[in-house]
Ligand binder design. Structure first.
Ligand code: IMP
Length: 173
């Protein structure tokens, strides 16, 4: 039987997002900001984040999948669904639910940088920095976590648990 042990409750998530949104609103106050949510997990975080911003933004989404031959270091990432907004000359902020090894975000950042934006930065609600494989710098981090598998608030395990309003550590008995 799976056990869900609480990591961040609704109020704690709200406080984290309020802080990130304040920083983003200030840093991009005179820029043309495009927020790009990474499907599917970031959709809940992105929806709450934009409602705490005090600046005008454009929104798009990108899908990525990893495939590989066993070891994490051999994993390849591919884009499954690309953005449709022209980001040339604009400031891009990639919004992700959780950074684990960093391979997905590193690939997405390089993919978007090739579209000639003015800048590309990364925002992640959760950061599992202990497992980082690639030197992917995260500019805005909500909450650092230890190793373990997290679900809820958009994060899934085999497509389950995304609807939970809080974030949990998924353990098996
Ligand atoms: P990466 O290892 O940083 O490339 O992470 C790949 C993807 O795995 C991320 O975009 C997340 O959506 C997902 N992921 C990583 N860790 C977790 C977790 O603890 N729970 C749910 N999804 C995760």
């Amino acid at each position: 039987m799976p056990i869900l042990s609480p990591v961040l409750n609704k109020d704690e998530i709200e406080a984290v997002i309020t802080g990130i949104a304040e920083n983003i609103s200030f840093d991009y106050r005179s820029k043309n900001l495009v927020l790009i949510g990474v499907l599917k997990g970031a959709f809940v975080f992105l929806a709450d984040l934009i409602r705490h911003l005090t600046i005008d933004v454009e929104i798009d989404f990108i899908g990525a999948a990893s495939y590989g031959a066993g070891t994490v270091s051999s994993e390849q990432v591919r884009i499954t669904s690309d953005i449709t907004i022209d980001v040339a000359g604009k400031d891009v902020l990639v919004v992700e639910d959780i950074v684990d090894t960093g391979l997905t975000l590193g690939f997405i950042r390089d993919h978007l940088a090739a579209k000639a934006p003015n800048s590309v930065r990364i925002c992640a609600l959760l950061d599992k920095h202990e497992r980082r494989q690639k030197n992917t710098y995260v500019d805005y981090v909500g909450h650092g976590v230890q190793e373990g598998f997290l679900v809820g608030y958009g994060l899934d395990h085999a497509e389950r648990y995304r609807q939970l309003p809080a974030i949990y550590h998924l353990k098996s008995e």
